[in-house]
Design a protein around this ligand. Structure first.
Ligand code: OAD
Length: 231
């Protein structure tokens, strides 16, 4: 079983999604002003501060029943891969083990020039802080629009999508590639596709099952229905 998650899985933890009209972060900010290499080059301070704000929000958030149900699911099935587009680390904090992060992790920082993860830096200096080795600005270790996904993560995700018998697409608008190609790769390899989302997406018409609703409700219910005797 392979699962792909998006921002919707963390919505019930209070982390805003990207594209929901009312609550999405993008409703207040234009993404191209914040989440691109060009935006960072033009205004590194604003981009750094925006990520610092999101990092705080994520640190204060707690895994919700949807995250916890996915931990339980991993314990129950023999082969389980969780591919996430989320950078919030909530799956790992909930206890999921086999997690592939396609878009990086907001809690990590890397050197914008050398592209290597940095663990120690001076926070009382300028904003953004500078790399101690080369002096370049530090940036969040997340994938920005127009950037490539981490190669090893993407190929592992592709393999897991091609070899599974059931593929779940949960809480993602299924419009950002290459992640959005993974459910199609699974379908092409003969997998059953299940989508969980309160709203229809471009993927819904291709799904074998569309379970409409919030993942924090649907996933625990699905678990309970499949393993009624589990605690
Ligand atoms: P989006 O914001 O595009 O989509 C969130 C999806 O979650 C929508 O389809 C909602 O209907 C659904 N949703 C909302 N509440 C939900 C709930 N309680 N349970 C389940 N689903 C719910 O977020 P992503 O699809 O993750 O990339 O966006 C993909 C990528 O676009 C992100 O990783 C980010 C963004 O640009 C980068 O930053 C590279």
């Amino acid at each position: 079983m392979t699962v792909l998650t998006g921002a919707g899985v963390s919505a019930e933890s209070g982390v805003p999604t990207f594209r929901d009209a009312q609550t999405g972060i993008w409703a207040q900010f234009r993404p191209e002003e914040l989440a691109t290499p060009e935006a960072f080059a033009a205004n590194p301070e604003r981009v750094w501060k925006w990520y610092a704000w999101r990092r705080q929000m994520v640190a204060a958030a707690k895994p919700n029943p949807g995250h916890l149900a996915l931990v339980e699911l991993e314990r129950k099935v023999t082969q389980f891969t969780l591919i996430t587009q989320n950078v919030d680390g909530l799956h790992q904090r909930a206890g999921s083990r086999n997690v592939i992060e396609l878009h990086g992790n907001i809690s990590r920082v890397k050197c914008s020039a050398e592209n290597i993860v940095v663990t120690e830096y001076d926070e009382d200096g300028g904003v953004p802080p500078r790399c101690r080795r080369c002096g370049a600005f530090l940036r969040p270790d997340v994938v920005w629009f127009g950037e490539n996904l981490p190669e090893a993560a993407l190929s592992a995700a592709e393999r897991a999508s091609e070899k599974c018998d059931v593929f779940f697409s949960i809480g993602t608008s299924a419009v950002v590639y290459p992640a959005a190609a993974l459910p199609h790769a699974a379908l092409d390899s003969g997998a059953i596709l299940v989508e969980i989302n309160p709203q229809r997406t471009p993927l819904t018409a291709d799904a074998d099952f569309f379970l409409q609703g919030p993942s924090g409700v649907i996933l625990p219910a699905l678990l309970k229905a499949t393993w009624p005797d589990a605690a």
